[in-house]
Design a protein around this ligand. Structure first.
Ligand code: ADP
Length: 509
């Protein structure tokens, strides 16, 4: 490596000669200048790591020079040569940009000490910058690999799913006797195979969910109104055999007459399956799993739900981390899952703008407490209208809300749909609108359809629904069906105006 060059400026030739001699004696290569102007010209032509400058100079003094040099060449190190009995302090010199100073007259040793210190500092900073650049590119590389991993996981999961579905279907066919009569043993073996394929499919679905969440795509929930008891039943049916085998009591204490919730049905079944499945894994035979509610949240539009068990519990130090991805408590030694179940559960609950937390006492049991949105104007607005409108705005789409009202002309009042007939009405509606649309009955005499369509199409669909529902035998004879629609963009008015209008329209019901 060549010698480090030091630019020296002083208006007195004698000082310049002496300092040059020192500098070259110490092992650096001196370059001299007589004025501040000359320094700036030289620096603009070639870089210098270190500048040694006098303070008292005619025309441009050391302070002015340091300021100019620092603003143009921030990386340069400056040593200021200060005079005795001067009107400035060391602090002034450093504030002006000097790394260090030398009080005139100074010895060779003093000069050596300062130059070496500045040179060392320069090396340290250079190393630091290099390390930081290396870290930066290592980080980029990690991010790239992380991305590749997500793409890989998602790709492989998709690939695995197809053959698995085929295997599952054929095993089902055989179990149903389509391949001839089965012996008891054959039925048992196929049953075990079937059960494990279900486990594998669940695992793959979990991985797919996980890569969706990781890629920032989110879970894309489809909200509908539902009864919580039914969702819990769906989940517990899937697990009933295991519950029996493990001799764990299962108690669903939910009141069937509870107000309906506004949720993604399949996702919520998944939440209960995850939580009950975990409770089962970590609860010994003879234990109990309970599903219950804890009333409403303060805002009164969310329901507090509890899934509790009498199992081994979670150590307090592990409790804050159970929702982390890939997390499995070390102490239990039971490892049958992916460690993703609770991470996805949390993601689903948060997708409903709810909260989830765990409470546990080692040796006594664990409770998962979470909140779920009730069917109501606020939540329809928050979970359906607002996000759909944001999406419409972003992608330049139209957005419409179609309101279907059921009216009993004889009784002169709203014709409330029974919960059972709602099922067939929903089926009929679903066949008329696209699968991306959201349909919500609210309460029972009103149905809302939310869709990315413009006002004209919304009106057409509204009319088609009127005809279909009146003539299709879905409703009690004589029931009148009236549709109305509200669409964005408005002829006049902003997104805010539209939202306000939507809010008013739902609120008044
Ligand atoms: P896994 O698929 O491994 O079960 P989860 O995310 O569902 O992953 O759970 C993470 C960890 O949290 C589990 O491995 C277990 O240590 C702990 N855990 C979850 N639920 C319970 C429970 N009901 N009782 C005790 N420990 C639990």
């Amino acid at each position: 490596m060549g010698k480090e060059r030091v630019l020296i400026v002083d208006d007195e030739p004698m000082v310049l000669d002496m300092v040059s001699a020192y500098v070259s004696h110490i092992g650096f290569e001196p370059v001299t200048a007589r004025t501040g102007k000359e320094v700036l010209e030289r620096l603009r032509n070639e870089p210098f790591p270190i500048l040694v400058t006098d303070i008292k100079m005619p025309e441009m003094d050391g302070f002015e020079l340091m300021e100019k040099v620092k603003s143009e060449f921030p990386d340069i190190h400056i040593i200021a040569m200060t005079g005795h009995g001067a009107s400035y302090t060391f602090t002034d010199v450093v504030t002006a940009g000097a790394t260090d100073y030398l009080n005139k007259p100074f010895t060779l040793d003093e000069m050596m000490a300062k130059l070496n210190r500045v040179s060392r500092e320069r090396e340290l900073i250079r190393d630091l910058k290099q390390k930081s650049a290396e870290l930066g590119s290592a980080n980029e590389e990690l991010q790239r690999l992380n991305n590749l991993k997500s793409i890989f996981v998602s790709g492989v999961s998709h690939e695995l799913r197809t053959p698995l579905t085929v295997i599952k279907e054929f095993i089902s066919l055989m179990l149903d006797g389509h391949g001839g009569t089965l012996t008891e043993d054959q039925r048992e073996y196929l049953g075990i195979a079937h059960k494990n394929i279900l486990r594998l499919t669940n695992l793959i679905d979990t991985l797919l969910d996980f890569s969706r969440i990781e890629s920032g795509k989110g879970l894309q929930l489809k909200f509908e109104s539902a009864r919580l008891t039914e969702i819990v039943e769906d989940a517990s049916i899937t697990l009933s055999q295991m519950l029996e085998e493990k001799r764990i009591e299962f108690e669903n204490r939910l009141d069937p007459d509870m107000p309906p919730v506004l949720i993604d049905r399949n996702r919520l079944v998944e939440v209960f399956i995850n939580l009950i499945n975990n409770a089962m894994k970590f609860t010994p035979a003879g234990g109990k799993i309970t599903i219950d509610t804890r009333g409403l949240t303060e805002s009164r539009d969310y329901l507090k739900v509890l899934v509790g068990d009498t199992g081994i519990g979670i150590p307090p130090e592990d409790l804050p981390r159970v929702f982390d991805r890939f997390y499995q408590a070390q102490s239990t030694g039971i490892s049958m899952g992916s460690g993703l179940g609770l991470a996805i559960t949390k993601e689903i609950i948060e997708g409903h703008q709810g909260l989830i937390r765990a409470e546990s006492r080692l040796g006594y049991g664990t409770s998962f407490l979470f909140t779920l949105p009730l069917l109501g104007a606020n939540n329809i607005f928050r979970l359906i209208i607002q996000p759909m409108l944001v999406e419409a705005e972003k992608d330049g789409l139209s957005f419409s809300m179609i309101r279907i009202k059921l009216w009993d002309p004889k009784m002169k009042k709203d014709a409330a749909l029974s919960y059972d007939s709602w099922g067939s009405v929903k089926y009929a509606l679903q066949k008329m609108v696209r699968s991306v649309d959201t349909i919500v009955p609210f309460p029972n005499s009103l149905i809302y359809i939310f869709s990315f369509i413009d006002g004209k199409l919304a009106r057409e669909i509204g009319e088609r629904v009127e005809v279909k529902l009146t003539q299709g035998g879905y409703l009690p004879k004589g029931t009148e069906v009236q549709s109305k629609n509200y669409s964005y963009p408005l002829d006049t008015g902003s997104v805010e105006d539209f939202l306000k209008g939507c809010r008013q329209l739902i609120k008044t019901e």
